[in-house]
Design a binder for this molecule. Structure first.
Ligand SMILES: Nc1nc2c(ncn2[C@@H]2O[C@H](COP(=O)(O)OP(=O)(O)OP(=O)(O)O)[C@@H](O)[C@H]2O)c(=O)[nH]1
Ligand SMILES: [Mg+2]
Length: 336
């Protein structure tokens, strides 16, 4: 998973390591007093460098870092990380490393890894979401709407979330707001049967807002915890369908609007999310199909671009293939 990003970071760590010689702490070059965090010095003298190395420290110089940083930026861009996000990561790494002296107790690669971790977490900082506490903070029924372009996995993800909520002890009702596509009722019917959940549907061609409204009324009458509302896939450029989404949002007032897209969509996913967000403000993101060969750029970029958390990753076709997104373990996985 996310091999392209992983290899970018591994290459950067190797590049930096090959530029520095680690000297053991007991080297006999006499140490000179130097502060731990020194401001940027472009032309650091050899004596100072040697002395720092003798103390088990290293000074990262801007000219030594510029090549590897440039390569890292290109690698991030080719892994579909959005330009502004790639620049934020590079700036953060540069500020953290250049011109400062670092005590090398565990090796340069660990210092570099810590710096990368900090930079990545700073762009993923929106991605902390606790579903359980969100549920307990909201009164029942909680209304969740799934939106996104065609075929990205909205319906499958809705069914997976019903399964997840079931295992957390929360009841759900499914609602098919996709009155547009022939076969949509049937598809959700198969899921509702398999999951043992009530499904609210209307005729194809009907008003999706009316279906979702009925589902919320059903949940209220039957003490159901969560209403999971599907919507038709729509191109973010289709004005009519996008304004239908605005109406759904206005009438149903969802507690959580989830934008679903494929992790493999990369940069496109970020652009589409922005357009959807204008019509129906997005509260969270689910990226699907991470089991396919995906570069991982969308996962890095989308939360930062929208300032909204990634809630889950869809990782297969089974109901259990929905993984809560955790930015720390996501970054650890990328760097190790
Ligand atoms: N490999 C993989 N396939 C997935 C995943 N999520 C969904 N799919 C598949 O993607 C295809 C489309 O899924 P749907 O759930 O119908 O997508 P949708 O967004 O509801 O599609 P429309 O309603 O037509 O817009 C199906 O074949 C799913 O089985 C995933 O995480 N991994
Ligand atoms: Mg669907």
């Amino acid at each position: 998973m996310f091999e392209s990003l992983k290899s970018s970071f591994t290459r950067f760590k190797k590049d930096l390591k090959s530029n520095f010689t680690e000297v053991p702490l007991d080297s006999n070059i006499p140490p000179q007093p130097t502060p731990m965090e020194e401001p940027l010095v472009e032309n650091i003298s050899l004596t100072k460098k040697a002395s720092s190395l003798a103390q088990g420290k290293v000074i990262f110089e801007s000219k030594t870092l510029s090549g590897p940083l440039h390569d890292l930026e290109l690698a991030l861009l080719s892994s579909d990380v959005e330009l502004s996000v790639a620049e934020t990561i590079i700036d953060s790494v540069q500020q953290d490393l250049v011109g400062t002296q670092r005590k090398i107790t565990k090796g340069i690669d660990v210092v570099v890894e810590d710096t990368l971790k900090k930079a990545l977490l700073s762009v993923l900082d929106e991605s902390t979401f606790n579903f359980e506490s969100f549920l307990s903070d909201h009164s029942s029924p909680l209304v969740i709407i799934f939106v996104g372009v065609n075929g990205v996995g909205k319906t499958t993800t809705l069914a997976k979330l019903s399964h997840t909520l079931d295992s957390m002890g929360h009841s759900t009702v499914l609602a098919n707001g996709d009155t547009y596509r022939a076969g949509a009722n049937e598809q959700l019917h198969v899921h509702s049967e398999a999951l043992g959940k009530k499904l609210i549907t209307h005729q194809q061609g009907g008003d999706p807002t009316a279906v979702l409204y009925d589902a919320v009324e059903y949940a209220k009458a039957h003490n159901i915890d969560v209403v999971l509302c599907d919507t038709a896939g729509r191109l973010h450029t289709n004005k009519d369908l996008m304004s239908q989404l605005e109406k759904i949002n206005r009438v149903v007032s969802p507690d959580l609007t989830i934008f679903v897209d494929e992790a493999i969509a990369g940069q496109d996913a970020v652009n589409r999310a922005r357009d959807f967000n204008e019509m129906a403000p997005i509260d969270g993101i689910i990226l699907t199909k991470v089991d396919a060969d995906t570069s991982g750029g969308a996962a890095i970029s989308i939360a930062h671009a929208l300032k909204k958390p990634i809630l889950f990753l869809g990782s297969g076709q089974d109901y259990s293939d929905l993984e809560p997104f955790n930015s720390v373990s996501f970054v650890d996985n990328l760097l190790n």
